[in-house]
Design a protein around this ligand. Structure first.
Ligand SMILES: NC(=O)c1ccc[n+]([C@@H]2O[C@H](COP(=O)([O-])OP(=O)(O)OC[C@H]3O[C@@H](n4cnc5c(N)ncnc54)[C@H](O)[C@@H]3O)[C@@H](O)[C@H]2O)c1
Length: 325
């Protein structure tokens, strides 16, 4: 297939691009580099530096694209609460312009990076796709808004859409002498922050709250290896049907507490990891764990690297070789 990958200079889009190319697809990456890195773009992909609002310059009716995988967006929930206008602009206004281009070009398939943040503070664990969507951040609200636009698009214009709702994505894609991993600036994700502490680049790891109703008192989250996540995108493309909007939660169905993450970082890196406990943050639910039963049943998706050791091990290899070096 001839595929357009938006956000292919970012963490997840760059890994998925590699898997698509390895599977024999043709890939064009469209990324403005607002938060991404040109060197992360897969070497065999065609790279266009542009904003998604200008996607129609690439996605022309004659270009013959078979699908779009849409990763481009702003992703920091905290920032979205102080600069909401930026998030509505990039994640909704920009995405709607992309969708206009998809329609005009007659592209039949669309895979969207949705998020667990659409569910907010869920009533039941594990979280299924039937759970109520009540985002607690502007980030989550913008992703849910575009999910809704996609539902109408599938219904009215027969687009085949898959929204993949990722939980916490972790690890790195290691192949030959090259690793592709997480490099957000500022970094807000627990595992890369803990690795910075282990490497001596940060003084300590702050855990927010240790009095939650969880086995060790710290929050429990579901982590998914980026390579497992990436494979789900290929399955979504292969099974896409015109006029259908499918939703799949992607996590490994197992929660890990913040203290377990800290302990595994100590174990994997062999370094000290000073931890301080700070008060709870507003809006942090105690436990967020996905049910990925639907993805397993309908897509035949099975995570190959479900352990924290595998995720943190690969993330550490990437950190040492490409971030700290
Ligand atoms: N990382 C996670 O744990 C996680 C969890 C749930 C959902 N997601 C979703 O997955 C997607 C990818 O996340 P990531 O961690 O790879 O983020 P990332 O910041 O590494 O990558 C995002 C990429 O999008 C590009 N971009 C942003 N706005 C753009 C625009 N208007 N036009 C063109 N390019 C633009 C950036 O330059 C960057 O390369 C996002 O949509 C995010 O909401 C990520």
């Amino acid at each position: 297939m001839k595929l357009l990958v938006t956000g292919g200079a970012g963490y997840i889009g760059s890994v998925v691009s590699r898997l698509l190319l390895d599977a024999g697809h043709e890939v064009t990456v469209l990324d403005s580099l607002i938060t991404g890195h040109a060197e992360s773009v897969a070497p065999d992909a065609t790279f266009v530096q542009a904003d998604i609002k200008d996607a129609a310059t690439v996605l022309t009716p004659g270009a013959g694209f078979d699908g779009v995988l849409h990763f481009a967006g702003l992703i920091a929930a905290g920032e979205s609460m102080v600069k909401p206008e930026l998030y509505w602009q990039h994640n909704v206004v920009g995405s709607l312009a992309l969708l206009d281009a998809v329609r005009a070009a007659g592209v039949p398939r669309f895979v969207f990076s949705s998020t667990a943040a659409c569910y907010g503070n869920p009533a039941e664990i594990p979280i299924t796709e039937a759970a109520e969507t009540k985002p607690t951040s502007t980030y989550g609200a913008t992703k849910l808004a575009f999910d809704m636009a996609l539902t109408s698009e599938a219904f009215a214009h027969q687009l085949g859409v898959t929204s993949l709702r990722y939980f916490n994505v972790a690890g790195a894609y290691i192949r030959d002498d090259r690793a592709i991993g997480e490099r957000h600036d500022p970094e807000t994700h627990l595992i890369p922050i803990a690795l910075e502490v282990a490497a001596g680049k940060r003084e300590k790891l702050t855990l927010f709250g240790d009095d939650y109703p969880t086995p060790d008192g710290t929050c429990v989250r579901d982590y998914i290896h980026v390579e497992d996540l990436a494979r789900a995108h290929l399955l979504a493309l292969e099974t896409s049907k015109p006029g259908e909007h499918r939703f799949y939660n992607l996590g490994n169905g197992q929660g890990f507490s913040n203290r377990e993450v800290a302990e595994t970082v100590r174990e994997v890196t062999g370094h000290e990891l000073p931890v301080e406990v700070a008060p709870r943050r507003d809006g942090d639910p105690a436990i967020l764990v996905a049910s990925s039963g639907r993805a397993r049943a309908e897509l035949g998706w099975v995570p190959a690297k479900p352990t924290l050791q595998a995720m943190i091990g690969d993330a550490w290899t990437f950190y040492r070789e490409h971030v700290a070096a």
